[in-house]
Design a protein around this ligand. Structure first.
Ligand code: PLP
Length: 386
């Protein structure tokens, strides 16, 4: 019988997360691999979802999303960044950022179009590009002066006459890098010069530390017209299971994305959309305190990893720390991560799995710090066995 999976998806078999989570269960390890919080989001926002369900808000919401949420997203972009988006036509609610990314790539890229991604990249990007029949062109982030960064010359050289789009994730998973004003300006200049569209994944927009500011690419001169901005509630409000995301872009691009999205899911999660609208309008203080709490967790895990002998990079945002395993006498993160559960009872993700060129990330593993303090402390205690 013919191999059931279509050829273009065959490189996307079992993800490393499934493998490592299975190892975590088998060995009774603490899972610092997958990036989801182990505490709940703001109480009042959760309560709004319950009220919406009990209040009969349980049928198909409108295709573009419930008006309350579209307005709340529009206000959020205006108040936070000075960006104007019409809630009727320039905002689209999606099933998390994941659907938004897939629908945007499918809607905007023809087969054969090239899409630039910074590697290491979030795994859904490569799959979305493959589904579209487009071609991914990776530009590496390498460690330079204590953070993962790209070389602007290398980025410019990656653009060809076939390049359609550049996918930009900042704050960046899995490296914890937050692109600087200069880095974003270089991306913006290139988009203008070569007539590219930008698709931005800003799901960690509120999770930056040490006073580092998140700057949406759409705020750069000329970029609002050529940028599809994507974010979601999962990371901001610690509700990764809700899968409520959104797209902000000019009318023509939003209607293109909606044309695809309507046949993937049409619409979704009415009660959660209402609750997230409430969260965006009333729970930003909770988000600020969450950011402070996460920053303390980052410091806690960084100190513990350093004490165990890792060389640790200080992330400016996200849920993740990159740790260099060389001081411990290892040089292959994949082999190291496979053995870590059995040796120390902790799970981490090898950074190289997020690269097309694994050599750039071979010496790093990723630890998530979005966990309760007692869980972090126990993991640190276990890692002392190394
Ligand atoms: C978690 C995550 C997503 C997925 O967001 P959902 O809203 O859960 O679909 C997308 N991009 C990055 C970089 C992430 O870390």
């Amino acid at each position: 019988m013919r191999e059931p999976l279509v050829a273009r998806m065959r490189e996307f078999g079992t993800t490393v997360f499934a493998t490592m989570t299975r190892l975590a269960v088998e060995t009774g390890s603490i899972n610092l691999g997958q990036g989801f919080p182990d505490t709940d989001g703001p109480e009042e926002m959760l309560e709004r979802a319950v009220e919406a369900i009990r209040g009969g808000f349980n049928q198909y919401p409108p295709g573009p999303g419930v008006p309350e949420l579209r307005h709340a997203v529009s206000e959020h972009q205006k108040d936070g960044y000075g960006l104007d988006y019409d809630p009727d036509g320039e905002v689209l609610v999606t099933v998390g950022a994941t659907e938004a990314i897939a629908a945007a790539v499918l809607a905007l890229c023809e087969p054969g179009d090239e899409v630039i991604v910074f590697e290491p990249y979030y795994d859904s990007y490569a799959a979305a590009i493959a589904l579209a029949g487009a071609v991914r062109v990776p530009v590496p982030l390498r460690v330079d002066a204590g953070r993962f960064a790209f070389d602007p010359g290398e980025l410019a050289a990656a653009v060809s006459p076939r390049t359609r789009a550049i996918l930009v994730n900042s704050p960046h998973n899995p490296t914890g890098t937050v692109f600087t004003r200069e880095e974003l300006a270089a991306i913006a200049d290139l988009c203008e010069a070569r007539d590219l569209i930008a698709i931005t994944d800003e799901v960690y927009e509120h999770l930056t530390f040490d006073g580092v500011e998140h700057l949406p690419l759409a705020t750069f001169p000329g970029m609002r017209e050529r940028t599809v901005t994507i974010s979601s509630a999962g990371k901001t409000f610690s509700v990764t299971g809700w899968k409520v995301g959104w797209v902000c872009a000019p009318y023509a691009m939003v209607s293109a994305v909606q044309a695809v999205k309507q046949f993937m899911t049409f619409t979704s999660s009415a009660p959660w959309q209402l609750a997230v609208a409430y969260g965006l309008r009333h729970d930003m203080d909770w988000v600020a305190s969450q950011r402070a709490s996460l920053s303390a967790k980052r410091d806690r895990l960084m100190a513990g990893l350093a004490a165990s002998g890792f060389e640790v990079l200080r992330p400016a945002g996200t849920y993740f720390i990159q740790a260099d395993i060389r001081p411990l006498g290892f040089d292959d993160g994949l082999a190291f991560a496979r053995r870590l559960p059995e040796r120390a009872g902790v799970v981490a993700i090898p950074t190289q799995v997020f690269y097309d060129h694994p050599e750039y990330g071979a010496r790093y593993v990723r630890f998530a710090f979005c966990k309760r303090d007692d869980v972090i402390d126990e993991a640190v205690e276990r890692l002392k066995r190394l």
